[in-house]
Design a protein around this ligand. Structure first.
Ligand SMILES: Cc1cc2nc3c(=O)[nH]c(=O)nc-3n(C[C@H](O)[C@H](O)[C@H](O)COP(=O)(O)OP(=O)(O)OC[C@H]3O[C@@H](n4cnc5c(N)ncnc54)[C@H](O)[C@@H]3O)c2cc1C
Length: 564
């Protein structure tokens, strides 16, 4: 499926909308000059278009499979992975002391989007490694860092995250995997983990699993969980993969989509592991990886939206049906108002989701470059929005992409359906979107809404700068402010009942904000901004009404009545 990386769109957003110049103005990211950024985006775009996009269909048709206990990956994935690793894209934001490039997350986010648009199931592999690198940088001992980080950064080895067990999904605290000290500084890790993305492969020298397990004195729940680094092959004295560890892939799941990504049931039988972070401090350490992955998965949603949009637009520009209702039209279905509505909304949603993700990444960069707590709070606030809205956008746009194709959208050979099948899981893994929304209305509101109000101050300024064009945004921002004031005073379960609509209302308001910011720089962008402001932003008001409804009506129906 052809894909053209939207390199100039990234450049515009970074330069004019999400504040790359401010990031590059810090000492830490001074190297991210416009020339360097442009060169990296262009080169990564070429890799995505020419090398990775041709692999996407093969991954769908020829899933990764297990052969005598060994995972065999889809055709061409090994070469594609090597090209990503050799391009230096895995360690773009990693610590230069361990071979990384130390570049801003905002740049990595754009590159991840392009690689993911081209071939999502392959991109999930380096995405997991990037999260693991960040977790080890922050929480591992110096010895572990020295041994693992250079190899993960170069892509010789890759990383996975192991949280889920059959009885411990969203409720990670229910996990039963165990770890016991071996007496030599290592631990014996035992238990079964399910749904482990890229649990194995046939193209990296080693696979490094970050596994959550409980030490014998670990209390029940999340406070008793520790984190262990458990490699497939135990490194020898030279740091080369040595003896095989006591772990195996039991089976691979048969999935709705994302077929090129092997999703493994992993069995650990006293496997040798090394503690990462403090005993019982596993959740804090794993959260570093999870936050990285939440931004990354939000971008996975968005990247499928971009790819689905490009394909739908190409199709609309070729398909002829009926008489054009407009003078001087294209003579294709693009002339029909409803097809216009779909494609314009798809494009407007993609812009909003991309701007939110890049602004999230820029806030992470500003937090790490300045140590300013306000940037930390901004990044923390935006992370669940990026994850949930980015992935919902992926599903909505891929679904609309099928509709634009008409019957051909339902026929696998066009590829339109693959985008929807592949993207669907992004709303589920890395914390379901329900869990993301609960995080937003609970943990991220522990400041009484201060971080949200600071963000809304900026939104109001944009709306005022836009004059008459900003009136709708100003009204929606005011409604969100009022709803947030009420929300922080609500009982927790009432908040949870409205959490998803609240998060989507936040995304609507932020979308309006970024669209108008873009239009303030480049007037031509006002056309797309108006699509968002006229058609999508008004949803904020009905979403906020739902967010304020509380939980009573939901619990009024008994389980029996629901089944009647
Ligand atoms: C393809 C794929 C790849 C994956 N990759 C990985 C991986 O690499 N590593 C890994 O560790 N895991 C992985 N997962 C697991 C994934 O993170 C979980 O599936 C996800 O966290 C949800 O857990 P669950 O499936 O047990 O659903 P459940 O937790 O049973 O949730 C079912 C429903 O209940 C809701 N729910 C649950 N608890 C609550 C609550 N407290 N409040 C409100 N609603 C709630 C959920 O939102 C959901 O709608 C993967 C899953 C898939 C399908």
């Amino acid at each position: 499926m052809p894909y053209t990386a939207p390199v100039s769109e990234f450049t515009f957003l970074m330069e004019h909308v999400v504040g790359l110049p401010r990031v590059a103005g810090t000492e830490r990211f001074a190297e991210a000059t416009p020339d360097m950024v442009s060169a990296i985006l262009t080169e990564a775009g070429r890799l995505a278009d020419e090398v990775l996009a041709p692999l996407n269909r093969g991954g769908d048709l020829h899933p990764a499979h297990l052969e005598n206990g060994v995972v065999r990956t889809s055709p061409g994935f090994a070469d594609g992975y090597r090209a990503i690793a050799e391009g230096g894209y895995i360690g773009m934001s990693a610590d230069p002391d361990y071979g990384g490039l130390g570049l801003p997350m905002v740049l990595t986010t754009a590159v991840n989007e392009m690689i993911g648009s081209a071939c999502l199931s392959l991109q999930l592999n380096p995405l997991m490694t990037q999260g693991q690198i960040e977790a080890l940088e922050h929480h591992a001992s110096d010895d572990l860092k020295a041994l693992y980080l250079p190899r993960l950064t170069s892509g010789e080895w890759c990383g996975t995250m192991n949280l889920t067990e059959p009885q411990a999904g969203s409720d990670v605290g229910a996990l039963r995997a165990k770890a016991e000290e071996n007496g030599d500084g290592t631990y014996a890790v035992s238990g079964q983990k399910i749904y482990i993305s890229w649990g194995d492969n046939d193209f990296t020298e080693n696979v490094c699993h970050l596994v959550l397990a409980r030490l014998p004195d670990g209390v029940p729940g999340t406070k008793g969980i520790s984190l262990f680094l458990v490699p497939k092959y135990i490194p020898d004295a030279d740091g080369k993969p040595g003896k095989a560890n006591d772990l195996k892939v039991v089976s691979l799941e048969h999935k709705m989509g994302l077929h090129g990504s092997p999703t493994a049931v992993m069995q650990y039988d006293g496997a040798t592991g090394w503690l990462v972070g403090k005993p019982h401090g596993g959740m804090a350490a794993m959260f570093t990886m999870m936050n990285n992955a939440r931004l990354g998965v939000g971008v996975q949603g968005l990247c499928q939206a971009e790819a689905a949009y490009q394909q739908a637009l190409d199709y609309a520009l070729e398909r002829k049906q009926g008489r054009s209702p407009v003078e001087g039209g294209t003579g294709t279905i693009l002339d029909h108002a409803d097809v216009r509505r779909m494609l314009s909304e798809m494009k407007a949603e993609i812009f909003a989701a991309r701007a939110i993700a890049l602004a999230n990444a820029a806030a992470i960069d500003m937090a790490s470059a300045t140590g300013d707590a306000a940037w930390d709070a901004r990044a923390a606030l935006l992370t669940p929005v990026t994850k949930a809205y980015g992935t919902e956008t992926g599903i909505k746009v891929a679904q609309m992409g099928i509709q634009v194709h008409g019957g051909m959208g339902f026929i696998e050979e066009t590829g339109a359906a693959q985008y929807l099948r592949d993207v669907r899981v992004t709303a589920i893994y890395e914390g379901t979107n329900g869990i993301q929304a609960m995080d937003l209305v609970a943990r991220k509101m522990m400041d009484g809404g201060a971080a949200m109000f600071a963000l809304l101050d900026e939104v109001d300024q944009t709306a005022k700068d836009a004059g008459d064009e900003g009136a709708r945004l100003l009204a929606a921002s005011g409604a969100l402010r009022e709803a947030t004031e009420k929300l922080v005073a609500m009982e927790m379960n009432d908040r949870f009942a409205g959490a998803v609509p609240y998060l989507m209302a936040v995304a609507r308001v932020l979308g309006g904000h970024f669209h108008l910011r873009a239009a303030l720089t480049d007037e031509a962008r006002l056309k797309l901004a108006r699509v968002f402001l006229n058609r999508l932003l008004p949803e904020a008001h009905s979403l906020l009404a739902q967010a304020a409804a509380g939980a009573d009506d939901l619990y009024a129906l008994s389980a029996e009545e629901l089944s009647a």
